[in-house]
Ligand binder design. Structure first.
Ligand SMILES: C[S@@+](CC[C@H](N)C(=O)[O-])C[C@H]1O[C@@H](n2cnc3c(N)ncnc32)[C@H](O)[C@@H]1O
Length: 276
């Protein structure tokens, strides 16, 4: 039976990914935040593996994800500084092509630990299936220029052939770097968005990642297929549906093993529909 899009599947992605490969399914983007193996309590032991078990299962997951990518597809894979080096090696060994190690940087983290520096970031890797063609919508995720002065004054520079050239600021803002700055969902400010899930990602961050890496159609609308095999509280689906409510045409699938988080995700999705 074909799997429907725009839906949360409550199941084990280690089994479902294989079924999806057998069905010949393909995705433009796999954007996921898998267990980091930091002993978090998701209601299961998926974050409490021996290092070797964690690396073995991660290797299988990445190989399966590669098989599910379109020729121009990409994987965005969140990790943690402790283990991201291992994951990067697994991606290379799977035959994927490195595009960028990115950093999600937050300033509103809180820690009392005095033996090591406070963690203020989570890394996420971008690898593509092809070494020639991939989607990166750089204009959709521009950021404000640091200095308003730059907007006033053109900058003159020397071109490759020695000619004098003029640079003027882009009205959409500056090209984004590889440090993505978004607050975590800590504190009262985010109490509407935050669910009980222990590692819920902010919608602001996930929405911008969709905008950056989802293909667009000739009308400039996002029209692509996106998979999150570790869907948690449903942030990926929620962000896709909010964009679809603006007229975009994203087809997404979320897989989550815990019924509790599938229910949370479905409640969040129902809330968006009621608001429309
Ligand atoms: C880091 S969390 C994802 C959080 C999500 N990005 C959000 O914003 O809520 C990882 C999730 O993967 C789930 N998980 C662990 N092993 C799984 C598996 N084999 N199949 C599907 N989900 C799994 C965990 O229950 C957990 O909710």
């Amino acid at each position: 039976m074909e799997m429907e899009y725009n839906k949360v599947y409550c199941g084990n992605s280690d089994e479902l990914l294989i079924e999806m490969i057998k069905k010949g399914m393909r995705f433009d983007l796999i954007l996921t935040d898998p267990p980091y193996n930091l002993n978090k309590d998701f209601g299961n032991d998926s974050d409490k593996l021996l290092l070797k078990e964690f690396l073995d299962i991660t290797k299988k997951r990445i190989e399966n994800c590669k098989s599910l990518l379109n020729d121009t597809g990409s994987i965005i894979w969140f990790g943690i500084h402790n283990y991201i080096g291992y994951i990067q090696v697994i991606m290379y060994e799977a035959g994927l092509y490195y595009r960028r190690m990115n950093i999600w940087h937050y300033k509103n983290g809180f820690s009392r630990v005095k033996t090591v520096p406070t963690a203020q970031y989570e890394p996420f890797l971008w690898f593509s299936k092809s070494n020639k063609k991939w989607t990166y919508n750089y204009d959709d995720i521009r950021i404000p220029y640091k200095s308003a002065e730059r907007l006033k004054n053109p900058v003159y520079y020397t071109g490759a052939n020695g000619e004098r050239k003029k640079w003027t600021p882009n009205p959409l803002g500056a090209l984004r770097g590889d440090i993505w700055e978004y607050p975590t969902l800590a504190g009262k400010l985010f109490k509407e968005e935050k669910t009980e899930h222990p590692t819920q990602k902010p919608e602001s961050l996930i929405t911008d990642l969709i905008k950056a890496f989802c293909p667009k159609n000739k009308d400039g609308l996002y029209e692509g297929t996106i998979l999150d095999p570790f869907h948690g509280s449903g942030t990926l689906g929620v962000c896709c549906e909010k964009l679809n409510a603006e007229g975009h045409k994203i087809k997404w699938i979320g897989i989550e093993i815990e019924q509790k988080w599938c229910d949370v995700a479905n409640n969040r999705l129902a809330k968006i529909k009621n608001l429309l």
